[in-house]
Ligand binder design. Sequence first.
Ligand code: SAM
Length: 290
Amino acid sequence: MELWFKEIDESESGLTFRVKKVLFTKQTPYQRLDVFETEFYGNVLVLDGAVQITEKDEFVYHEMLAHVPLYTHPAPKNVLVIGGGDGGTVREAVKHADVEHVDLVEIDETVIEVSRTYFPEVSRELDNPKLTILLMDGIEYVKSKKAHYDVILIDSTDPVGPAEGLISAAFYRDAADALKDNGVMAVQAESPFFYPGWVRKICQNLKTAFPVVKLYLSFTPTYPGGMWTFGFASKGLDPVEDFDPSRVPSDADFRYYTPGLHRAAFQLPAFAEELCGQNTPRIRVGKSRH
Ligand code: SAM
């Protein structure tokens, strides 16, 4: 008898893969947490039915969430990660020689425990001496910090449940206050195909708190539709104009991020540009076919 996992998005479409073994299942105070062993993707972490990380493709998302802002900032010393209890974003942040301290604010301790057990490659820096782990709500935490961080990374689940407030204008304003003047932030900003409403809302709300807001892309096979966006936000630094590729070590151990891709990721398809108002006015010539 074969066992298949099915993630259904917008109740009309989905992703499925064969499961070799159910390794862990628990209803935590915040979410349903499952870990599956699979043939094709390795171990897979699922929260409330949505794939969060797989051993096979997690590097894409974690490298792009971390390195675009961290290489845009000229000298990132103090970093905050909200969510990200699996440790993948922390693993990427501590690769930067400039980084002196990382605070990880994760609301659900079970995610950290499970990642340590079933995702050793992802969680391997969770005992790094530069890291402080705080088990609390990131929405509350940022209110306590003023002009403290150089980079903030929001590595959250979909904006429902405990993560709903992590895309609010109020939260983004608190995050802006927690950043230093030349601080930058990057947020997980959802699928432009499956959740355009969330992408649009994230952009709109970021713009209430930051003068520079730009979407960028990556491609993760196990996220709905594959095409995924991140929201870059800053008080002035531009992620392309102010990016100095010479800061990226030629021997950097990245499997997805490259200096060329750092720039190219901000080249959006027209429909995605429109979601974030990044588009240039288009003059329609002749009768549109649609
Ligand atoms: N990188 C994967 C992704 O793109 O979805 C995984 C993200 S990570 C597993 C998302 C984490 O955000 C979860 O561990 C969840 O517990 C945490 N989280 C959700 N809401 C939160 C909040 N308000 N404060 C802190 N952590 C939160």
